[in-house]
Ligand binder design. Structure first.
Ligand SMILES: Cc1ncc(COP(=O)(O)O)c(C=O)c1O
Length: 374
């Protein structure tokens, strides 16, 4: 029998969120679904298959290896590799028909040379750095870069993109920074167009920008977290359905007397006679050690606090206040049961992190179970 810890992925919720993005961002715009990092922990292949059926135009991954996994699984959509192209990966980009994001002349030249040897012309998107400070051509270098790109005859600049650093923050200072990035991108696009380039895709909208309808004028959107049913910030309210639920079952249940300790380091000492349930999930599954004595799970539609430190493979919870708890009862660590739910935002706050990290952190040893596929 299999360990009962699973990540349930509700594909009907994914479809719902896809349509919410379409509603929020004029449906004539191209749709690039971000499926990097194993689709934020949801399983890149199955998620991409479902998104293809929904009618997505592009898929976005971070690395060539992620794109290769999708191609080997039969995914046919256009794939943008956003983290760039590394030395010796040129052949894989050609073999798997991938679109690289380019942000330096050296990789542009070597890709151009490889494309020339193969007698083909490749589409590329060029990243512009308008304030993220990560990758991208800085505004002051745009002219020189695109002048050199004119010599790369085998490369077709089919897209221009930038990435917003703080679009999820709604205060005035952050918003003016975001608007500044959008303005900078707008003028760089104009400049590059005037230099003779005619990219068919212009994009900067992540989930926060889509929810806030910050950039109605560019013709491609690039949502990630909202597809998985989570708002990028608790301050941004939007109707979405969480796709992933993390569930397990009780594997041991014991009554302990007042004064007993639970788990390593003895950080939990029972203040009364207590019922303690042991769950087969731990930090090696992505259930962070930060949740020790701080997070809760849901059993019988009621919350039970984590008791003691989270171990590598197991976690204990205090079920004293929940009547009639039994071995093998279902436990929800992330998701809903009855009227109670544990959100990725709640867990992220406890872990001093963000929902993205909570989702991506669910490790490969947790089987993904897909429900409601189309
Ligand atoms: C370049 C790029 N575009 C789009 C996204 C999607 O962002 P979000 O998940 O906030 O929608 C990401 C995510 O990190 C990204 O790196």
């Amino acid at each position: 029998m299999q360990r009962p810890t699973v990540a349930e992925i509700d594909l009907s919720a994914l479809r719902y969120n896809y349509h919410q993005v379409r509603k929020l961002s004029d449906s004539s715009r191209k749709f690039l679904a971000i499926v990097k990092a194993n689709a934020y922990g949801h399983g890149a292949v199955r998620i991409s298959q479902e998104l293809e059926k929904c009618g997505v135009d592009f898929l976005g991954v971070a690395m060539c290896e992620e794109a290769a996994e999708l191609r080997k699984a039969g995914i046919n959509s256009s794939i943008l590799v956003m983290g760039g192209i590394f030395h010796n990966q040129e052949d894989d980009f050609i073999k798997y028909d991938l679109i690289p994001v380019i942000f330096d002349m050296e990789s542009a030249r070597s890709l151009n040379a490889r494309a020339a040897q193969n007698g083909i012309r490749l589409k590329v998107h060029v990243k512009l750095d308008t304030g993220m400070g990560r990758i991208g051509i800085l505004p002051g270098d745009v002219e020189a870069f695109f002048s050199s790109m004119k010599d790369c005859h085998q490369l077709q600049v089919d897209g221009l993109l930038t990435h917003l650093a703080i679009a999820d923050a709604i205060d005035d200072t952050a918003t003016s920074f975001t608007c500044g990035q959008i303005d900078a991108f707008t003028s760089l696009v104009k400049k590059i167009t005037e230099m003779g380039f005619s990219p068919s895709c212009l994009h900067l909208a992540n989930s926060a920008a889509i929810i806030r309808t910050l950039d109605p004028s560019f013709n491609l959107v690039r949502p990630g977290i909202m597809l998985y049913g989570i708002s990028p910030s608790p301050a941004l309210h939007v109707d979405l359905k969480p796709v992933l639920s993390l569930k397990t079952k009780i594997i041991a249940l014991k009554k302990i007397t007042k004064g007993c300790s639970i788990s390593y380091r003895r950080t939990f000492i029972s203040g009364r006679e207590s019922m303690i349930a042991t769950l087969p999930i731990g930090y090696a599954d992505g259930y962070s050690r930060q949740f020790s004595n701080r997070a809760a799970v849901v059993i019988h539609g009621r919350r039970a606090p984590v008791a003691g430190v989270v171990c590598m493979d197991m976690t204990m919870v205090d079920v004293t206040d929940i009547p009639a708890v039994n071995l093998h009862d279902e436990v929800v660590l992330l998701g809903s049961q009855g009227s109670q739910s544990i959100s990725a935002h709640e867990l992220a706050e406890i872990a001093h992190s963000i929902p993205y990290e909570i989702l991506c952190g669910i490790s490969s040893r947790v089987p993904r179970q897909y429900l409601n596929g189309s």
